[in-house]
Every structure is written in C-alpha cells, then in structure tokens.
Design a protein around this ligand. Structure first.
Ligand SMILES: [Fe+2]
Ligand SMILES: [Fe+2]
Length: 276
C-alpha cells in the first residue's frame, strides 16, 4: 500500500541576497487552511554551494529550480544541515548530478544517514558547530541554532551577505496561499504558529531548558547580526523582522503554545474530508 503525499505548492526561487537563492515549496497543512515551507538554499559563489536538498514530493521542481541557477558540474559543496528527510530528499540525485561536489555533514549525520544512503567516503567533509568552511570567495561558519530536532544540526552563516540558514529553527505556518516574507503574516498568527511549531513539532524539550543557558545561545545568534534569516520552514525573515524573530525564539521556554490537534481533531478532519 502506498499513499501519495499532497502535491507541494511551488514557489519560484527567491534571491534573498546577492547570488543567494531560497529554493522553495510549500506543503498544504493536513486539515487546516495553512501551508508550511520546505525550503533549501543555493549560494552561487566562486564555489557554488547547495544547502539542504528538499523533499521527494518536490523532486522535479527542486531539481529544475536548483539547476536553473547553477550548472550541476560547477557545484562544489552540498551542505546538509541535519539528517531529516525533508532536508535530504534529493541528496542522492544531487550527488549524482554534481560529480565534483563534496558532501558536508558531520560524524553523527554520517552515522545516522548511513542506513539510508551510500555516503561516498571520499566525498565527505565533516563540519561541526563553530567551525568554518572556505568556499573560495567566502568562509561560511557553521553555527547551531538554539532550537533543533536533530543532534546533527548546524546552521550556516555567510559573513559576506550576512545571511543565516537556520535549518529547522524559526519554523512557522503560513496561510494556505504561501507568502514570501514573515512581514506578510498577521502578527498574532506568526507568534502563535511559531510557538506551536517549536514546542510541538520541533523541540518539545523547550519547556525543560535552563533559561539562562538557553538565553546565552540566543544571544550568540543575535550577535551574528544577520541581516537575513532563511530556513526550511519559514518565509524569509529580514529587516525589522530579524529582531522580532529572535525575540520570539528567546521567549520560547516561557511561552505557552496553543494546543496541537489531537484525535478529536483528526476525527473531525476525516469526517469533513473522507467520503464514508
Ligand atoms: Fe528536522
Ligand atoms: Fe525540517
């Protein structure tokens, strides 16, 4: 038996900084008039970089979008921010199409992905939190965001554009019709959706953290002075929204999230959507 995923909503690539493109799709939410981004990133520098590889459901658009921006034979680095399948959905295809690309992961990702992928040892580069990656015309920094759902997670900061790729952090739902930037979300929707996603879909341990140590992690992120924050599951965050987004992140340990849908909600959804 197989189930087809909902077809993703295609959003064309968005240039978020010079030669830096967000590769986008949006997944319709289950039983709600909402959608969720499933993004990745292309940095078209001297040694082109792909950061995360989208989903299987969006494979055709993902491959078209990425390789309309960069020639596959030019790609030198494929960075996987962590080992979840919405970040590795087209990794094997990308590695095959980009013969000169090195796969940037870390020890834990190599171990955790080994059962699903035949990772080529000679094409691996391990990059840990706090370390740097020289990609020719810039030196990327790996910085783990304060919130994540896998121990392999590393964000990527490009000091030349001040763009920070935050992996899963800053996740938030959008209306059913996707938007480009968080500025287009009604403020209460952003705040509530942000709390819902982080507490219930990303990091249920947020309620357990030492708030002082968590605040130090958030302060490190704020100190980056990122001008644009992009991530897999949020519209673009830039301008005044950067500080607001980091404030939302800082508040999470003491934020009470809205309840997540339960079996009663599922029953109601099925009653409305599945013919008897
Ligand atoms: Fe994840
Ligand atoms: Fe994700």
């Amino acid at each position: 038996m197989s189930f087809d995923p909902h077809p993703p909503i295609h959003q064309p690539p968005l240039e978020v900084a010079p030669e830096t493109f967000l590769i986008r799709s949006a997944q319709p939410a289950f039983g709600a008039p909402l959608s969720v981004n499933l993004n990745s990133l292309v940095i078209r520098g001297a040694e082109p970089v792909i950061v995360d590889t989208g989903t299987v459901a969006n494979r055709d658009h993902w491959l078209d979008d990425v390789f309309s921006l960069v020639d596959a034979t030019d790609v030198r680095w494929i960075v996987i921010s962590h080992d979840d399948d919405d970040h590795t959905g087209n990794l094997a295809e990308a590695m095959e199409r980009c013969p000169d690309a090195t796969l940037v992961v870390n020890w834990a990702a190599t171990e955790r992905m080994g059962a699903s992928f035949g990772l080529p040892p000679g094409r691996l580069r391990w990059l840990d939190h706090g370390e740097s990656l020289d990609v020719g015309d810039r030196v990327l920094r790996a910085l783990r965001p304060p919130v994540y759902d896998s121990p392999t997670t590393r964000g990527i900061f490009d000091p030349t554009t001040r763009v920070y790729w935050a992996s899963d952090a800053f996740a938030t739902p959008m209306p059913g019709a996707p938007v480009d930037a968080v500025d287009e979300l009604p403020a209460p929707m952003w705040a509530e959706g942000f709390a819902l996603f982080h507490h219930h879909a990303l990091a249920p341990w947020l309620a357990l953290v030492d708030e002082t140590r968590y605040a130090a992690e958030v302060a490190n992120l704020r100190a980056l002075r990122a001008e644009v924050i992009v991530a897999a599951h949020t519209p673009v965050i830039r301008g005044g929204s950067v500080a607001q987004a980091i404030d939302h992140l800082a508040a999470l340990p003491s934020t009470v999230p809205p309840p997540h849908p339960d079996q009663q909600a599922l029953t109601a959804i099925l009653a409305n959507t599945v013919p008897a």
